[in-house]
Design a protein around this ligand. Structure first.
Ligand code: FES
Length: 84
């Protein structure tokens, strides 16, 4: 799974700066080989931000709770705690 967090000024000003911490929290204990996380500049979706792409698909993520729910919906349920 590829997660791209927009760190452009518009998304950052609306809370995306806190998203990496949420991602780290959600991914804790999961196999790091299964997920790639990157911060990006503007996704050209400022009016629909804060923007997070998962496997190339845009999602408007209004806050950390919404991001947590989005990630959990995309992660395989049986992956939790599978990392050594
Ligand atoms: S700054 Fe995030 S989509 Fe433009």
């Amino acid at each position: 799974m590829a997660i791209e967090i927009c760190m452009g000024s518009s998304c950052f000003a609306r809370g995306a700066g806190g998203f990496p911490a949420v991602v780290r929290e959600v991914l804790a204990g999961r196999d790091p080989a299964l997920v790639a996380v990157v911060g990006c500049r503007c996704h050209d979706a400022c009016a629909k931000g804060p923007s997070v792409r998962i496997d190339g698909r845009h999602h408007r993520v209004v806050d950390g709770d919404a991001l947590r729910a989005l990630l959990l919906a995309h992660l395989p349920a049986d992956d939790a705690g599978s990392a050594p």
